[in-house]
Structure formats: structure tokens, C-alpha cells
Design a protein around this ligand. Structure first.
Ligand SMILES: [Zn+2]
Length: 395
């Protein structure tokens, strides 16, 4: 079958064209057509397909098989039809920016850190490059990412031309390719200025400046490799806008100044922590006083403090219980509200032999622990009355 003449090889800016339907097939109940020539980019090399229309019929997917480009239609056409094709330019140009961003980023990462690209994924929101680094490193430091971003954006601002061509074997052997081509014939080379030469069948902007901005979003290990996640072009502008808006909102809350917002935030955080600690301390003191007033005698002469403390949380409850048994010969059985009903803590002083874990279970609470301290949860604070009964406490 006739290979498709791929018009985007010569002109990545071609948005409309005329062609003839030369073949038709049905796949998964959908009509797919092949044309004598097409400007539609088929999914390949990590760059997603173009959408658009053919003869007014919507194109929903494009794939290439054995040099034939197949256009999946949301409708049907017939072999022999002359059709006018139009591709969705904003989608394509966005892909050209992300794909071009990948070239400049991968090239700079190779140059600066010896990073070798293993795979590329252009996503709907962000794109990522999987790389291996010398010595099996799986991430870059913050400082290395800044250097990388700086070099990439300096190169973009130089606005060098981007060229695509099919060199002969002789010329190809002299090109400083970043990586070995994966195909052996009809090798198409893309060159960004004099710093990125690589075999690629994708669509690229005519100059590096059209990439606008490249921003690394994250750099993290992924399946033993390093994954660089990034955005380019208008996506990067939008991303940076949303970062700036968030930073401005935070700055307004803490100081009104974006540049010093982080220091101001840390100061506020420290101050809030201090207030929280003092508040917790006061609450615990108040709780201890209330619980002390509830003290009753045990048959063996010890003191039992059993009390529901509605304004404490589990951590503060333990704190209060420790305080109550500090004087010795005492048990502290405390509850406070939590998401399961009640948090329960049973604690004994070190000089007693009661089994708190057993008592907790016998009182009907869920949970456990050790003889000296047990905790769990209960439907409500009635577990305290039950425990008092078991212990035979006197009013
Ligand atoms: Zn490319």
C-alpha cells in the first residue's frame, strides 16, 4: 500500500490541506481512512496525535502503521473522495511546544549531567522525561535543577532556528547526535541551534524562541530512573501564573511581600506552635484540676480518678493521666471525644499492680496495651462507670 506523504515533515505549520482517500478500514466499529498525503501527526515518539476534520468529519485519533497514516473518523468517507483536511492548531502547537521543550531540556541535561533519555511522555497537563544519570543517580539537587532551567531558558531566548532534514549517510556520520538513531534508513534529524542534534520524526517550532518558557515541576526517582516533569510554552506561563497567585495569597496572609513570604511564614508557624503549646498546657492543667476533684478511694486505699474530659484530645488525655498518677498509689481512667465516640486511656502509677489492659477490656472498651497503661476507644464514657464498678471504688 502507498506510503502516506507526510506534509508535516516539510511544514509543521500547515494547518489545512487537500488529499484523496486511498484506503478505508473498520476498526472497533469506527471508520479509518488512509490518504495520499496528510498533515495530521500520528501518535509517535512520545508526541500525541492531532485532531481536526477531514471533509467535515471529525478526526478522533491518528496512528501510523508501516508508513501509512490512519485517520480514525467520527463518521465515514469513501475511497476516492477528495477531502479537505484541517487540523486543530492550538492542540498541535501546544504539542510542538512540549515536544520542543523536551528536546532542549533533554539536550541540556545530557550536556550538564550526562543524563541519557530513556523515554518521553507528553501528558494532557504535564510532560515527563525518564533518564538515567551516571553512577545510577535518580535525582538532581535543587541547585542542579536551577542550573538546568537557566541553561534551557537562556537557549530558548537565543531564539536559534530549528532545522529538520534527511541527511545522507556521509553527513549523518559527522553530526554530533545526542543519541544513536533507533531507525537505520530515512533518518530525519532535528537541530536546535548548535546544541541539540537528534533523530526525530516529530513536529517542531521553527525557532527555539517559540517554546517561550520551560519550567521543571519535579525531579524524582521512578522505577530506578530519574523522572523530570516539566511544562513548556503557554502551559509554563499558566503554571507560573498559578504559582505566583498562590505565593501572593500566602504573602498577603503573612507579610504582603512575596520575596520574604517564606521567612514570614516560618515565623508565623513558630509563633502558632508556641500558642498551641501554651494552650495545650492550660487545657491540661484545667483538666487535671477537674479530674482531681473527681478522686475517690479504692478498697485498697489508693485513689481513683475517673473522668470524661470533653475539651481534650487523645494526646492531651495521656498527658493529664500521667500528671494525675504522678503522686503514686493512683489510677487515672480518662475519656475524651474522638471520631469513634470516645478515646479511652487507663493509666496506673508505677507502684500499683492493677492490669489496665484487662480492666479496659472488661469495661467494654476496644483496644489494649500493657498492665501499666492501656488505650482504645468506646462508644461513650459509660465505660468509666463500668470500670469503677469493677474496681469497687467508694464515693
Ligand atoms: Zn523532535
Amino acid at each position: 500500500m502507498q506510503n502516506t506523504n507526510r506534509l508535516y515533515y516539510d511544514n509543521a505549520y500547515l494547518t489545512a490541506f487537500d488529499a484523496k482517500v486511498i484506503a478505508l478500514r473498520e476498526l472497533d466499529g469506527r471508520c479509518e481512512v488512509a490518504l495520499d498525503q496528510s498533515a495530521f501527526y500520528p501518535t509517535s515518539g512520545g508526541q500525541p496525535y492531532d485532531t481536526g476534520t477531514l471533509g467535515g468529519v471529525r478526526v478522533t485519533d491518528v496512528n501510523v502503521e508501516d508508513n501509512v497514516v490512519w485517520h480514525r473518523l467520527d463518521g465515514s468517507l469513501s475511497v476516492g473522495d477528495s477531502v479537505h483536511g484541517e487540523i486543530d492548531w492550538p492542540r498541535r502547537f501546544d504539542h510542538m511546544q512540549q515536544h520542543g521543550g523536551d528536546h532542549v531540556l533533554a539536550g541540556a541535561c545530557w550536556e550538564l549531567f550526562g543524563g541519557e533519555t530513556i523515554g518521553l511522555h507528553l501528558g494532557e497537563e504535564v510532560s515527563s522525561i525518564d533518564m538515567t544519570l551516571p553512577g545510577g543517580r535518580t535525582h538532581l539537587t535543587e541547585e542542579e535543577i536551577l542550573r538546568l532551567e537557566t541553561l534551557v531558558n537562556e537557549r530558548i531566548q537565543r531564539d536559534d532556528p530549528v532545522r529538520c532534514w534527511f541527511p545522507d549517510e556521509e553527513e549523518l556520520s559527522h553530526l554530533p547526535l545526542r543519541k544513536k538513531p533507533t531507525v537505520t534508513e530515512h533518518i530525519r534529524i532535528v537541530a536546535f541551534g548548535d546544541y541539540e542534534y537528534v533523530a526525530c520524526g516529530g513536529t517542531h517550532p521553527a525557532t527555539a524562541g517559540q517554546l517561550g518558557v520551560v519550567k521543571v515541576i519535579s525531579c524524582a526517582p521512578a522505577r530506578g530512573k530519574m523522572r523530570l516533569t516539566f511544562v513548556a510554552g503557554m502551559r509554563a506561563v499558566k503554571y507560573l501564573q498559578s504559582c505566583a497567585l498562590t505565593a501572593q495569597k500566602i504573602a498577603k496572609e503573612v507579610s504582603g511581600d512575596v520575596v520574604n513570604a517564606h521567612e514570614a511564614y516560618l515565623r508565623e508557624k513558630e509563633a502558632a506552635k508556641d500558642v498551641r503549646q501554651r494552650l495545650q498546657q492550660s487545657l491540661t492543667e484545667a483538666a487535671v484540676e477537674i479530674a482531681q476533684a473527681s478522686g475517690v478511694s479504692l478498697p485498697d486505699g489508693g485513689t481513683l480518678y475517673a473522668r470524661h474530659l470533653s475539651f481534650l484530645d487523645r494526646a492531651a488525655l495521656l498527658h493529664a493521666a500521667s500528671f494525675l498518677v504522678k503522686g503514686g498509689n493512683a489510677l487515672a481512667l480518662l475519656t475524651c471525644p474522638d471520631k469513634n465516640g470516645c478515646a479511652v486511656i487507663f493509666l496506673r502509677s508505677a507502684d500499683r499492680n492493677d492490669d489496665m489492659s484487662l480492666l479496659l477490656r472488661e469495661s467494654g472498651a476496644r483496644g489494649g496495651g500493657k498492665p501499666d497503661m492501656a488505650q482504645g476507644s468506646a462508644a461513650d464514657e459509660s465505660v468509666l462507670e463500668k470500670a469503677k464498678e469493677i474496681l469497687g471504688a467508694q464515693k
